[in-house]
Design a protein around this ligand. Structure first.
Ligand code: CA
Length: 221
């Protein structure tokens, strides 16, 4: 999952970025409001973490222009503005959820998981295609009828990208987007390496290759 973090406070931003990286998210962090629109034109994100008080452009304005462009990327507001009118403005303005500073990282992570599940059309905490299931809280994968298997952070990130929408074919570039953030060097064979590792750990047919296009997990049944 690729996350855009918009937060001007360096200390808070560093804590969030480092925690998200530890949780296998690919994170891009920007510290002013004015570069959000151009960033979103160049890169697709699974979720935006948006502070409200920002230099350049206020978070509420950023949210409004995002939704006016019919950009449906989920937005989780992270802010110290705790008045009811601010909260209602954010949620009515198209935010998916709201976390008040100061917050525990565990709460932020849980709210992110909930938003990402809903985005994938799945209400249960575990992602599944009926055969394979993945628990984002523990990063363990289970083939039906077998014990759970622990995944590395990158194995998890790749499998999660595929399992959010079973049956959808993701290209190499899209999978790399889910694994690497800005400034991280993309290793050329990483996608092949991870898929090989996942097939060995789980089952050979767990990820299917569509020649010349990319990879998918089956829609299951
Ligand atoms: Ca701020």
């Amino acid at each position: 999952m690729r996350v855009l973090l918009v937060e001007d406070d360096t200390m808070i931003g560093e804590v969030i970025r480092d925690t998200l990286k530890d949780e296998s998210y690919a994170v891009d962090w920007i510290q002013d409001g004015l570069t959000v629109a151009t960033t979103l034109k160049a890169q697709r994100y699974d979720i935006i973490l948006l502070d409200l008080g920002l230099p350049g452009q206020d978070g509420q304005e950023i949210l409004a222009s995002l939704r006016a462009r019919r950009d449906a990327t989920p937005v989780l507001i992270i802010t110290a503005r705790d008045t009811l009118s601010e909260r209602l403005r954010g949620l009515d303005g198209g935010a998916d959820d709201y976390v008040l500073k100061p917050f525990e990282m565990e709460e932020l992570l849980a709210r992110m998981r909930a938003i990402l599940r809903r985005k994938g059309g799945q209400a249960a905490p575990t992602l599944s295609n009926g055969i394979l299931s993945l628990d984002p809280a523990t990063q363990e994968a289970t083939i039906r009828g077998s014990p759970a298997v622990a995944l590395t952070g990158r194995e998890f990130a790749l499998l999660q990208a595929l399992l959010i929408r079973p049956g959808a074919i993701l290209s190499r570039a899209t999978l790399e987007d889910h694994i690497y953030g800005w400034g991280e060097e993309v290793e050329s064979n990483m996608v092949d390496f991870l898929i090989h590792a996942l097939r060995r750990k789980l089952r050979n047919d767990v990820i299917q290759n569509v020649r010349g296009v990319g990879w998918r997990v089956s829609k299951g049944g």
